[in-house]
Design a protein around this ligand. Structure first.
Ligand code: AMP
Ligand code: MG
Length: 458
């Protein structure tokens, strides 16, 4: 089928807000010159700020259903139910040291020169219950984790003692009650020890193991589909054609999803052809989240939004006052699929993912922490900017005497992927700001890998 298009874009300044608005209407005709009814009008949609766009997205999404999975599959997932301890741990007062369990009153005046001398009446190992009570003048040899015998109230570590035959000499005085871990110090029977929404880190998993959760209730992960759009794109399995642009976005988005613990499905490349695009996007709507990159702006061949329109998607906004990445569309289907029309420029697509898609996916996975961690850093050099858009400058971070020093990764064009490949974070230049000076304190959003560094640093 032959397709012709007719696009009309008019820009005007909104009377009261001064924001740039556009009317955008694309009509598509088939070879019989029939209007096949793909059109959209955006005159009423102003630019959202980054936070308005985030709020709008999050307001349309909720944590998903839950499922039960094996404990060892649970790292990185989010608990969907509170977890209650099924026992006390420790189950009784236990020794925190290898040493001697005794009555503090018996050794209150001990010194190295004049040690207290007690008779050793028992030898208690971990996992063994004491059979003898400790009366005045007596002590029991005790291992770490072994139950403190009745009558004893303090443990003296072995390094502060000398054993002579059946006697022990106490050479140094601990505090009363020292070296005893009280019953239930770690877990209290019947108490909620982990709440729904907790991410399962190795430490959390250890607690789940202690309360015998071999099966763990977690939130489901959303199923994500990725589509790249553009006539110029060359798929990774296609031979190199110098006139084409290798598809980076599908793979970058794949990796960004993987970093969140989601394995998305790549639906491939859709050409800038409404029929093909419609088929691909319709397939993507079968998933919980559809990420389509490219074709979302106002060019004559940017069909993503009008095609989504024909697929019944409710568009909530489609532009954000940010740089890079302002042509970003967000909509939802009647079945609850969240659709992100991401900008085609690879850096823009990646930045938009971090600002909007990542918080959305984390919310759907049940996380309480949705946004990338921010720190403050000193700026290593001036950054000039146009006011009106929040700017995400790709940056590296070095330690300095005051904390961190942030430097731009160099050329910041939205097609310069090296700026992302080298980035440890984004310097956030607020929308109201025109210029920042070297030495200014700036907010930096941390990206992947910031948990690790080259030197131990301790
Ligand atoms: P668009 O938003 O479709 O106008 O694309 C903007 C720019 O991003 C164009 O230069 C495209 O060639 C480029 N681009 C779009 N999609 C991709 C992709 N999947 N991988 C790499 N570059 C892309
Ligand atoms: Mg395109």
């Amino acid at each position: 089928m032959l397709i012709t298009t007719d696009a009309i874009c008019n820009y005007f300044i909104h009377r009261t807000t001064g924001i740039l608005l556009s009317t955008h209407c694309i009509k598509i005709y088939n070879d019989k010159d029939e209007d096949i009814n793909i059109q959209t009008k955006d005159g009423s949609m102003a630019y959202y700020s980054v936070s308005e766009a985030q709020s709008c997205i999050l307001a349309h999404l909720a944590a998903r259903h839950s499922e039960t999975i094996a404990l060892h599959d649970a790292p990185g997932r989010v608990l969907a139910e509170d977890v209650t301890a099924n026992r006390n741990h420790p189950p009784y007062d236990v020794s925190a040291m290898d040493g001697y369990a005794l009555r503090f009153a018996d050794i209150a005046s001990a010194t190295q020169a004049s040690p207290a001398v007690l008779t050793v009446v028992d030898d208690i190992r971990a996992g063994q219950m004491p059979t003898i009570s400790i009366f005045p003048g007596k002590a029991a040899r005790i291992m770490t984790g072994a139950p403190v015998p009745p009558g004893a109230d303090t443990v003296v570590r072995v390094e502060d003692t000398e054993q002579h035959g059946s006697d022990v000499h106490i050479l140094a005085l601990p505090k009363p009650g020292a070296n005893i871990r009280p019953l239930g110090e770690n877990l209290r029977d019947g108490e909620v020890v982990l709440t729904a929404g907790t991410e399962i880190t190795p430490g959390v998993l250890a607690i789940l193991a202690m309360v015998k959760k071999k099966q763990v209730p977690v939130y489901t992960r959303p199923r994500v589909a990725i589509v790249s759009t553009g006539d110029e794109l060359e798929g990774i399995d296609e031979p190199v054609d110098e006139n084409k642009i290798p598809d980076a976005n599908s793979h970058a988005l794949f990796a960004q999803c993987k970093a969140l613990g989601i394995k998305p499905v790549l639906l491939g490349i859709a050409r800038d052809n409404p029929i093909e695009l419609k088929a691909k996007l319709a397939a993507g709507l079968e998933y919980d989240v559809l990420l389509a990159s490219g074709g979302v702006s106002v060019g004559h061949h940017d069909f993503v939004r009008p095609v989504l329109d024909t697929l019944g998607i409710t568009m909530h906004f489609w532009r954000v006052a940010m740089r890079p990445g302002h042509p970003l569309a967000f909509g939802t289907s009647a079945d609850g699929c969240a659709v992100f029309g991401l900008p085609g420029n690879p850096v823009s697509s990646m930045v938009c993912f971090e600002q909007f898609v990542a918080p959305a996916l984390r919310k759907m996975m049940g996380h309480r922490t949705l946004f990338r961690r921010t720190i403050t850093a000193g700026l290593a050099h001036d950054v000039s900017d146009r006011a009106g858009r929040m700017h995400f400058v790709r940056a590296t971070l070095q330690r300095d005497a005051k904390g961190y020093l942030a430097s731009s990764t160099g050329t910041q064009g939205s097609g310069v992927l090296m700026s992302m490949a080298q980035a440890e974070g984004f310097i956030v230049v607020p929308a109201a700001c025109e210029a920042l000076k070297a030495g200014d304190e700036v907010v930096v959003q941390l990206l992947h890998g910031m948990e690790f560094q080259q030197e131990a640093g301790i």
